[in-house]
Design a protein. Structure first.
Length: 279
């Protein structure tokens, strides 16, 4: 019997805590899928001061992903909060020498409610809040995080810091500093605006039924292995250190990364091999 395992640790800052997920058993290779992520990007302070573009003159960046993975992390809390972390990687190398786009969903149930769009018994069952924590003095975000009938005909989820869907770019291949070990420059861009349209999120959608006929999403909802994950996205990136400082009411440092990424991913959630922090 074919058997593969996967344990992966995401490079992160305050927003992106390190994680490890243990999985078992599948004969389909982990990492297969299709996707893209490209757009104008700038990063300051790479390779002993080298910049990748500037704020006024960003460069054309292409993640050119060839490895796709999803890592469900079950919780035993009550009610359960089943986390899902999606990774689009430039290649299958270690995370320390890779460019990776992370899509972090702390509670799959909450996102599934938006995607199902059930109004039985006559009222929306999804969270109608903004899905963000507005720092004092900030301009309020009035757009609901969930649009069940998005402009493209699919439910649209708006991306905001600390929201129900969080996105981060960790460009440790594009931007790093050589040193003992080697050391790396932990510059991370996080989504401060934008959207993601999920076309497939496991069994969340019930598009063959009218909204008032769709069943409520079970509280323990998870995207199951062999389920499809397919989405289009538009991401406006900011510096995670700046975002964290703003939300902590501290003076933010000068930003070191920013840009816009447009793209998609389409793959099936598969199990992988364990015992290592890379695919």
């Amino acid at each position: 019997m074919c058997r593969r395992f996967l344990m992966s640790t995401a490079t992160s800052t305050v927003i992106w805590a390190a994680f490890a997920a243990l999985s078992t058993a599948s004969c389909t290779p982990v990492g297969e899928g299709t996707g893209a992520a490209s757009g104008p990007l700038w990063i300051h302070g790479c390779d002993d001061g080298r910049d990748v573009g500037t704020i006024d003159a960003p460069v054309d960046y292409d993640l050119a992903p060839t490895f796709f993975a999803g890592e469900p992390i079950g919780h035993i809390s009550e009610p359960p909060q089943n986390r899902l972390i999606i990774r689009m990687q430039r290649n299958g190398n270690a995370v320390q020498i890779n460019d990776i786009l992370y899509v972090d969903i702390p509670d799959s149930f909450k996102v599934a409610q938006c995607l199902r769009g059930s109004t039985a018994p006559g009222v929306p069952l999804w969270d109608m809040g903004t899905g963000t924590i507005d720092p004092p003095g900030a301009v309020p975000i009035t757009t609901p995080w969930c649009e069940p009938a998005g402009p493209a005909g699919f439910p649209r989820i708006h991306l905001v810091p600390f929201g129900p869907v969080r996105v981060a770019l960790s460009p440790l291949d594009t931007c790093h500093a050589e040193g003992v070990g080697p050391t790396v420059v932990a510059v991370t861009g996080v989504a401060i605006d934008g959207w993601i349209d999920f076309r497939n999120f496991g069994s969340a959608a019930e598009t063959d039924k009218a909204p008032d006929m769709r069943a409520p999403v079970p509280a323990d909802f998870q995207v199951a292995y062999d389920d499809r994950l397919h989405a289009d996205f538009h991401i406006v990136l900011g510096d995670d250190r700046v975002v964290t400082a703003q939300y902590s009411l501290r003076v933010p440092p000068p930003p070191r990364i920013g840009g816009i990424l447009d793209g998609f991913f389409d793959f099936e959630l598969k199990r992988g091999r364990s015992g290592q922090t890379f695919p």
